[in-house]
Design a protein around this ligand. Structure first.
Ligand code: HEC
Length: 114
């Protein structure tokens, strides 16, 4: 399992080296960066989570904690250092995760409230 994650991180790093620099805080660019950096592979395209990674949107944790986690995590998720994931891309990814709409209140869905 650990070896697979490291291999995946190496592939992600390889993809990232070909990526372009994005301006900070753009949800649109962030969505592209989120896909390019492979976050979706474990967290789902909308950050909804999967068996491989937790739910990270909507309502992501405060930016400082988010940035700190992504840069320094030593658990199941590979850490993304600046050489691999720029500060601009990270800010854009955060803006994208913030832009993911919240799920509807089940009480407002008629089929769920016979
Ligand atoms: C190889 C799978 C994988 C990839 C790729 C991945 N993650 Fe994760 N991520 C995880 C797992 C598993 C956890 C939970 C691990 C833990 O808590 O130590 C996690 C946790 C997180 C958390 C903390 C969530 C919380 O509530 O504690 C954030 C934020 C996060 N990931 C963001 C990202 C971003 C942004 C990217 C892309 C740059 C990314 N992840 C790529 C697997 C992945």
């Amino acid at each position: 399992m650990n070896l697979n994650l490291r291999t995946l991180a190496a592939i992600v790093a390889g993809l990232v080296l070909t990526s372009s620099v994005a301006a900070a805080g753009s949800a649109e660019k962030g969505k592209a960066a989120y896909v390019r950096h492979g976050c979706w592979q474990c967290h789902g395209f909308d950050g909804q989570g999967s068996v491989a990674g937790s739910k990270i949107a909507p309502n992501p944790m405060p930016f400082e904690a988010f940035s700190d986690f992504v840069r320094t995590t030593s658990g199941a998720m590979p850490p993304y250092q600046k050489a691999i994931l720029s500060d601009d891309d990270l800010a854009d990814i955060y803006a994208y995760l913030q832009s993911v709409p919240k799920a509807r209140d089940p009480k407002t869905i008629p089929l769920l409230n016979p």
